[in-house]
Write a protein of this length. Structure first.
Length: 249
């Protein structure tokens, strides 16, 4: 198995993509996620893991929720702080495998597959444990992520190409490690501007492994939906929104 040897850290993805992140995600309608998150916060404090440029946190604050954040990338946080309403959101710069935040929250959430940015099972378990210790008694931990597809990632190395227009093409160079459940992706945009490179490394897990990590941390699954509209989750679902709460005896 070829592994990409490099100095990828928890800040690499954000630091590289910060300048274009909002252009990539701007078309996404966040109304359903904001409605759901505001309801789940139920008047209490919320904490977003991997808050990024504030795509979710800023509109959630506008809805009246007190939002805090944590992110490993100074560049993403700088974008957040440059926006209207972004400067007032308290953000800790650090790794959300181990939360360096004060107090407890009624809602802790991690969206857009960001949980998979923790690239080892140990870090993912540690995240569940540290989240559990920062939840109010009736607090909720929400994760939005894709459901891995057994044939979704090729064996070993893979390159896929997609022409974007007459002048540009998007190349994804992927190395997949099935044993550690890691995909290492180098996205390259080739255009008249030159070559732009956006690396991302993910450790994907199935919902079942997430549920097991929750158990280890003293949490249990409350609900699982296929999307933010709370569509029923089933074996054909490509993504999930999962809610965990403290285990009751
Ligand atoms: C896909 S972006 C999501 C940003 C935002 N939550 C949103 O929905 O637009 C992932 C964010 O998580 C941050 N991140 C990734 N791994 C992290 C880690 N281990 N600790 C803290 N932040 C991390 C990145 O810097 C980036 O800002």
């Amino acid at each position: 198995m070829d592994a990409i040897v490099n100095d990828y850290t928890s800040a690499t993805y954000g630091d590289r993509i910060a300048d274009v992140y909002d252009d990539i995600y701007r078309p996404t309608d966040v109304t359903d996620s904001i409605n759901t998150l505001a309801e789940l916060a139920s008047g209490g404090r919320a904490l977003e893991l991997g808050i990024g440029t504030g795509r979710i946190a800023i509109p959630l604050t506008v809805r009246g929720v007190e939002v805090h954040g944590i992110d490993a990338s100074e560049a993403m946080v700088a974008k957040l702080r440059s926006k209207d309403g972004g400067g007032q959101i308290p953000v800790s710069v650090g790794d959300f495998a181990n939360l360096d935040v004060e107090g407890t929250f009624s809602l802790i959430f991690v969206v857009a597959n960001t949980f998979f940015g923790l690239t080892s099972q140990e870090d993912q378990i540690m995240c569940f444990e540290t989240v559990a210790s920062h939840l109010d008694e009736r607090g909720i931990f929400l994760i939005e992520a894709f459901v891995p597809h057994v044939y979704g990632f090729a064996e070993g190395n893979n390159v896929t190409a997609r022409p974007l227009d007459l002048e540009s093409v998007k190349l994804d160079v992927t190395v997949h490690d099935r044993m550690d459940q890691i995909v290492d992706i180098r996205t390259m945009l080739l255009s008249n501007k030159g070559i732009e490179k956006y690396p991302v490394r993910l450790r994907y897990v199935w919902p079942s492994e997430m549920d097991l990590m929750a158990r280890l941390a003293g949490l249990q699954l409350l609900e699982r939906w296929a999307d933010w509209r709370r569509s029923p989750f089933n074996s054909g679902s490509r993504s999930h929104v999962s809610l965990y709460v403290k285990t009751t005896e």
